[in-house]
Design a protein around this ligand. Structure first.
Ligand code: GDP
Ligand code: MG
Length: 171
């Protein structure tokens, strides 16, 4: 999840098909499935690439309820895009708390992703800003990625899945 144009589709397609898409229709919402193995455990991963519908609260509530883990993506070239993640993360917490079994406040598998690392000269968001945000969220893992240069793309999916497997074993 994340604002428009931050690279959600580019990261998803890079991970799923090992290619970089320069212009992916921002209105297309698609789900992808692939098997992956982390720490010797093979899972079937389904990824929903959300598309500009975040403002329609009811729809995004639905995604949040059905999602087991979330990549919260911003662009390192846009200060505004990292600010947008506050509301999205609050909304996820709210939805998950509302649907958690009573007395059980589970930790939601999250990864904070600063994308477009390759656009060095356009960078607006410093590493400390993002690290501080991830700390304020209780130590959510933070990665800087490039869908274009294929930096840390596998790592973000593996990290969130590792957290999902852990959460699953805890219940
Ligand atoms: P979405 O709206 O979050 O799905 O964003 P898109 O994946 O459609 O990407 C928006 C624009 O940013 C497109 O022109 C992409 O080619 C470009 N983009 C995405 N990721 C990267 C990246 O890592 N580096 C660079 N340079 N451009 C990127
Ligand atoms: Mg998109």
């Amino acid at each position: 999840m994340g604002g428009g144009g931050v690279g959600k589709s580019a990261l998803t397609v890079r991970y799923m098909h090992q290619i970089f898409v320069q212009s992916y229709d921002p209105t297309i919402e698609d789900s992808y499935r692939r098997n992956m193995t982390v720490d010797g455990i093979t899972v079937s991963l389904e990824v929903l690439d959300t598309a500009g519908t975040e403002q329609f609260m009811s729809l995004s509530n639905l995604y949040m309820r059905s999602g087991d883990g979330f990549l919260l993506v911003f662009s390192l070239t846009s200060m505004e895009s990292i600010s947008e993640l506050h509301t999205i993360r609050e909304q996820i917490q709210r939805v998950k708390e509302a649907t958690a079994p009573p007395g059980k406040s589970q930790r939601v598998p999250l990864v904070l992703v600063g994308n477009k690392l390759d656009l060095l000269s356009e960078r607006q968001v410093g590493r400390e800003v993002a690290v501080n945000l991830s700390k304020s969220w209780g130590g959510v893992p933070y990665y800087e990625t490039s869908a274009r240069k294929e930096i840390n793309v596998n790592e973000i999916f593996e990290d969130v899945v590792r957290q999902m497997i852990k959460a699953d074993h805890a219940t």
